[in-house]
Design a protein around this ligand. Structure first.
Ligand code: C2E
Ligand code: CA
Ligand code: CA
Length: 623
């Protein structure tokens, strides 16, 4: 409280009262100052108003004493200059104090006061807040009846008004900085920092929950930027931001994390069912078309949903889960909604674990190769072995390649893993051959796309073959169709290099990708392996029969070998033989097995099959 004092010390004490004030404390501090001024100048009311230039209005900041029974809406809270009384109107651009006395002028103002207070006559002093020569507000005093203001008093009030003007300018600047710090500049939505602050508050123990979190990602936004230009992409994002604002509740948190990523946290608590419904609603209104310049475009959106429990789930956990769910929504083809589940949790834990431990697994001997024989169906003779990697995981048991190969590819470990596989398979192969086993057998090794495009791939293969004394033609590398299509030029170069060493190439999982005939013709490929999806049901599916037939025909016309994968039934095996595909692999014949077990079969040289083949198919197989 500012004590009653001399005029000069009054200014000093107001200055110190206002010194440390910011946006949050401004109103309270202003009230304290106004109260002191009311007392000091012996007036009845004092107020501070700011000018909102954009709205052309004067806005009440604080007043003293507080009014009783303020109507709602408060007619004094925001007053537009256009419709204001003559005193306020005169103050819109005023920079010098305006004093109004009962006996002077301004009949309509007196009228307003009379109506609102019931008091017939007042005296007023209105001292403009001036910042850079411009009026930014007013410090006002009202005295019932009459009062004379000395010029010395008015000068002191000007000094105090200047202090308020400074404070206001500072608060506005601080607010602007705070706004910039918490908003995305393209869309004016909240940014990551604002989102995190907000979520921290929502997830405090004792707050209502569950707190639903939606992670949104536009499908193929990049294509939009690429084809329509970046400003079109920006426009598109801005339109979506407005659409989110209009279709969501005013208190919902809508943040843009950059690019095409948005996060929404609805203000209302929601369970999983409600959250999924809401996510679907959002997904639908986002998916509606937007006009960008001349074009009308739409983008699907994928939404990942996760729930946070206040006091239990951390902000980063909720966001990570929503992000995981988003990934799963996207891998389902995009334009979908996925809620984070326990199954996802298990899968992502596994993935994290793999990422963490795979590197050491490559070097510490916990990777193993199993081998699956491939036979000539007519004789049962083993013609090839496919090396299939497994990971003897310390706690999770023997992991199939599906659990870690893709993680290796995503984390730059594919090269290391691949080198280990090639080396180990060749080393084992050479050892068998030294003991007179596997001499007419081909070793098949799976190669991941990343390996194939690495610059020194061909030399590395050459080194390994040389090291173990294996001729190139005893090796067959299996590549998938996808890699072939993705980088035809590079692939062709690598494959040619391999061909020069006599290394064979097979296209794996044939029929699932997009290789056209022309691709096949352009590449030095020796064989195709018919994807097991087509082979498994041979015998009871006519569709698959037609596809398998055409693959075999195609291979024949290009002079390529053909292998049937995934032979699980005698029916499938017989059908393959009937179509002229004799080489096959599958659980019916043999499962992938450890080296020691496959060695037993190599000694036999063949795996007896009872297929009950028609005579013609049983002839002596060419070796
Ligand atoms: P792939 O190259 O198509 O390998 C054949 C997969 O089919 C093997 O699964 C094998 O166990 C399975 N399989 C064989 N016969 C049958 C059958 O009759 N029925 C059924 N349902 N499945 C059969 P696996 O060992 O789990 O390998 C999966 C995939 O992992 C492989 O598919 C291959 O793409 C990849 N992979 C395996 N080893 C390696 C490797 O060393 N490097 C790379 N890059 N990928 C590998
Ligand atoms: Ca394979
Ligand atoms: Ca395959």
């Amino acid at each position: 409280m500012v004590p009653r004092q001399t005029l000069d010390s009054l200014v000093t004490s107001v200055a110190s009262e206002l010194m440390g004030v910011d946006a949050t404390t401004m109103v309270a501090a202003t009230q304290r100052v106004l109260a002191a001024l009311v007392e000091h100048f012996d007036v009845d009311v004092s107020y501070l108003r700011h000018t909102d230039r954009e709205r052309r209005a004067t806005v009440l900041v604080a007043e003293w004493p507080p009014r009783e029974d303020i109507p709602d809406p408060d007619p004094l809270a925001v007053v537009e200059f256009e419709t204001a009384d003559s005193v306020f109107r005169a103050l819109e651009y005023a920079t010098e104090p305006l004093v109004v006395r009962p006996d002077t002028d301004s009949a309509d103002y007196q009228e307003t006061i009379r109506k609102s207070s019931g008091i017939p006559e007042v005296a007023m002093a209105c001292v403009p807040l001036v910042s850079r020569g411009e009026s930014t507000g007013v410090l006002g005093f009202v005295k019932m009846g009459d009062r004379v203001w000395t010029s010395r008093e008015l000068n002191v009030l000007k000094a105090i008004a200047a202090l308020f003007a400074q404070l206001q300018a500072r608060v506005v600047a601080e607010e602007k900085l705070r706004y910039i710090a918490l908003h995305d500049d393209l869309t004016s939505l909240a940014n990551r920092r604002a989102l995190l602050e907000y979520m921290e508050r929502r997830l405090e123990a004792g707050k209502p929950g569950p707190v639903a979190t939606f992670f949104l990602d536009l499908d193929r936004l990049k294509a939009l930027n690429d084809f329509l230009g970046h400003s079109a992409g920006d426009n598109f994002i801005q339109t979506l931001a407005r659409r989110l604002e209009t279709n969501l509740e005013p208190n919902d948190m809508i943040a843009r994390l950059g690019g095409d990523e948005f996060v929404i946290v609805p203000a209302a608590p929601m369970d999983a069912v409600a959250a999924e419904l809401e996510a679907t609603r959002i997904q639908q209104f986002i998916g509606r078309r937007v006009s960008v310049g001349q074009e009308s475009v739409s983008r699907g959106v994928s939404v990942g949903v996760a729930l946070g429990i206040p006091g239990q789930t951390s902000v980063s956990d909720v966001l990570r889960r929503a992000d995981h769910a988003l990934l799963s929504a996207k891998s389902g083809g995009g334009n979908g909604v996925a809620v984070f589940t326990d199954a996802m949790r298990a899968q992502f834990e596994l993935q994290d674990d793999v990422e963490l431990n795979l590197r050491s697994a490559v070097s510490d001997g916990s990777l193993v190769l199993h081998y699956q024989p491939e036979v000539d169906l007519r004789t049962g003779r083993i013609v090839a072995l496919e090396a299939l990697v497994r990971w003897q995981h310390p706690t999770r048991g023997l992991l199939p390649p599906g659990a870690f190969v893709s993680v290796a590819e995503a984390t730059n470990l594919a090269g290391e893993l691949g080198r280990w596989v090639i080396r180990s398979a060749c080393s084992q192969f050479a050892e068998w051959r030294q003991r007179g086993l596997a001499s007419n057998v081909v070793m098949r090794i799976n190669v991941s796309p990343v390996q194939l495009v690495s610059a020194d791939f061909v030399e590395r293969i050459e080194d390994v073959l040389h090291l173990f004394g294996i001729d190139g033609s005893s090796i067959c590398l299996e590549i998938t169709e996808h890699v072939v299509v993705q980088d035809l030029v590079r692939t062709r170069l690598t494959l040619r290099g391999l061909k020069r060493m006599g290394v064979q190439i097979a296209i794996d999982d044939f029929g699932t990708g997009y290789s056209s005939l022309s691709h096949l013709k352009a590449l030095p490929v020796d064989a195709v392996k018919i994807d097991r999806g087509f082979v498994q049901s041979l015998g009871d599916s006519n569709d698959d029969l037609a596809i398998v037939k055409s693959i075999i025909g195609l291979a024949g016309s290009f002079g390529l070998g053909v292998v049937g994968e995934g032979v699980e039934t005698a029916m499938a095996a017989r059908t393959l033989v009937g179509l002229g595909c004799y080489r096959a692999q599958g659980f019916l014949i043999a499962r992938p097995m450890p080296a020691a077990d496959v060695e037993v079969q190599l000694r036999e040289g063949r795996i007896p099959l009872d297929l009950d083949l028609p005579r013609a198919g049983r002839g002596v197989a060419p070796s």
